[in-house]
Design a protein around this ligand. Structure first.
Ligand code: ACO
Length: 318
């Protein structure tokens, strides 16, 4: 597969750190120094996960010079679908006016890379020509706003990519290690009279330091793997686009890989952690400001709830 274009969308409402310190015991200084985050966007009013996804998808389609009729499959990576069902991909399909199959992918913040792997398999099978990947998140809806150690980290966003057959994806690696104890959110157990409710709804819980260590170690391992299997050296890569979870995670990974700061673009400062949407949204923003050019070589790397991880070595639009 190859990626023809990226798109992104952000909610209208921007919430800087000092708005959070108005109602919880935190400070701009703590959030910046521990995470690199200065501000985030949060869905409000008529906006929804799918409406952000649609805006991102339309931008990616426009940039690829395609219309919705050219799309043969829609995958939506999300950890917080708008509804339990139908899939957010189906809501996006309806709003776009598409007629193709559509389904969601939940692989935590690694969802976009998992969906790239699925798109590659479909395109290799040969019965689809264009796959629309959307990553749309409203992690702020799952956060516990009484918990300052997690709620300050997240923001809402959508990213999208249009893929077709090609030679852009040089290597890809996915992992999963079932760990429902270190990063999770639970839904309610229901009220069926014939079964004991096994769960009460629990908002997002995270063992921050454990995830931090996992993220750095796993991301470096995955990146080295895709470089080796793609026949490239760390210095050959134009950009390392990592899941935007914490500036310190990105900087620790960068120093282990011994690469210059300019190769590790970020949108965490202004967007916070936007889950699976962070990577495609950042690549779309880099298209907009000219940093991302056809033919450049990228390493994408993400990690998240599952625990999952994934990395891809991708030459853009070739
Ligand atoms: N404001 C002020 N103080 C705070 C805040 C806050 N928002 N949050 C925590 N603190 C306090 C704590 O209470 C603690 O105080 P104490 O020492 O008096 O007990 C102190 O700050 C240090 O807390 P730690 O949790 O040790 O802080 P740490 O330096 O580990 O940073 C953080 C926490 C930012 C969460 C970090 O561990 C991290 O980024 N982890 C990785 C998160 C991540 O990658 N998530 C991605 C997955 S999310 C997904 O997939 C949906």
């Amino acid at each position: 597969m190859k990626v023809l274009s990226f798109g992104h969308a952000l909610p209208a409402q921007e919430i800087p750190n000092n708005k959070l310190s108005e109602f919880m015991e935190t400070s701009d200084e703590w959030i910046r120094s521990h995470t690199g985050i200065e501000s985030r966007y949060i869905i409000s009013g008529d906006e929804t996960v799918s409406s952000l996804g649609v805006r991102a998808a339309k931008m990616a389609l426009d940039r690829a010079g395609l219309t919705v009729d050219d799309i043969d499959y829609i995958l939506c990576a999300t950890t917080c679908g708008e509804m339990i069902f139908p899939a957010t991909a189906c809501l996006i399909q309806r709003k776009l006016g598409a007629k193709c199959p559509a389904a969601d992918v939940n692989a935590g913040c690694t969802g976009f890379i998992y969906s790239m792997d699925m798109a590659d398999a479909m395109l290799r099978r040969g019965n689809v020509k264009h796959v629309l990947l959307v990553a749309a998140e409203q992690v702020t809806r799952l956060s516990d706003w009484a918990d300052r150690s997690t709620s300050v980290l997240f923001g809402d966003a959508a990213g999208a990519a249009v893929c077709t057959a090609g030679d852009g994806l040089k290597s890809i690696r996915l992992t999963a290690t079932g760990r429902p104890d270190v990063l999770y959110a639970k839904m309610d157990g229901g009220n069926c009279p014939f079964s004991e409710p096994k769960m009460k709804a629990v908002p997002l819980q995270m063992s921050g330091q454990e995830i931090f260590k996992y993220a750095v170690t796993q991301s470096c391992k995955d990146i080295r793997w895709v470089l080796e299997h793609g026949g490239m050296k760390a210095g050959d890569i134009d950009y390392y686009v990592l899941h935007q979870a914490n500036r310190r995670i990105l900087e620790t990974a960068r120093s282990r890989l011994k690469q210059p700061a300019g190769k590790f673009p970020m949108n965490i400062t202004t967007h916070g952690n936007t889950g699976a949407a962070g990577i495609p949204a950042l690549l779309s923003e880099m298209t907009e400001d000219g940093r991302l050019q056809t033919g450049q070589t990228l390493v994408l790397s993400a990690f998240g709830a599952g625990l999952t991880s994934g990395a891809a070595l991708l030459q853009y639009n070739v």
